[in-house]
Design a protein around this ligand. Structure first.
Ligand SMILES: [Zn+2]
Length: 204
């Protein structure tokens, strides 16, 4: 980007400011209609790679409440922040749409950051399968990007053929990374128990 790197400090450029001024002027996002997808969050200014954009705010809920909200009330906005842990977002995070070619990820559970430089006006999107790893999570996707997977599932991040763990490296929440490791270990144990991985077998 051609503007000054991370010109986030208004004081440094001579603006007399307080936290309200800062919040309004530096807000990285705004809510706007997003075609068929209802509302979406858009970059209100240029955002730099790794800049924090927004954090999910709201009450914590478990899977039972999340399921009740979904099946009984059609409320599907809960954002996963751990294994069987969700936050019911009361801020704009609930309007962030999925994309298979997203521009934001996580620096921690529920903390959204830019994965690359983002131009003012671009829609802010993340890959839902980067944080939702429920076994029964599955949605159709019409994001229309080149890499659209058509169907998004809670297992995508573990599917080595999709290479998502590499694609989103550095932007995956810890609880998901731990789960990826745990499953890899399990797989390699299976591999070992079959005797395939013992190269010395060849010399016996
Ligand atoms: Zn898609």
């Amino acid at each position: 980007m051609d503007s000054a790197p991370c010109a986030l400090n208004l004081r440094s450029i001579g603006v007399k400011t307080n936290k309200y001024v800062t919040k309004q002027i530096l807000a990285a996002y705004k809510l706007r209609p997003s075609g068929k997808r209802g509302n979406g969050l858009y970059a209100a200014r240029n955002i730099f790679k790794d800049e924090e954009i927004i954090r999910v705010v709201g009450p914590s809920i478990g899977p039972k409440i999340a399921e009740t909200l979904y099946w009984s009330y059609g409320i599907d906005v809960a954002i996963p922040v751990g294994i069987e842990k969700y936050i019911l977002p009361i801020n704009e995070t609930r309007f962030i749409n999925h994309s298979c070619e997203p521009n934001i990820g996580f620096s921690g559970a529920g903390i959204f950051v830019a994965m690359r430089d983002i131009r003012k006006g671009e829609e802010l999107t993340y890959d839902y399968s980067i944080c939702d790893i429920d076994n029964d999570y599955i949605i159709d996707c019409f994001c229309g990007t080149k890499s659209c997977r058509s169907r998004i599932s809670g297992q995508d991040i573990f599917d080595e053929n999709l290479h998502l763990a590499q694609k989103y490296k550095g932007y995956i929440p810890q609880y998901v990374l731990r789960e990826i490791k745990r499953r890899n270990k399990k797989e390699s144990r299976l591999f070992h128990s079959n005797g395939f991985n013992n190269r010395f077998d060849f010399f016996k």
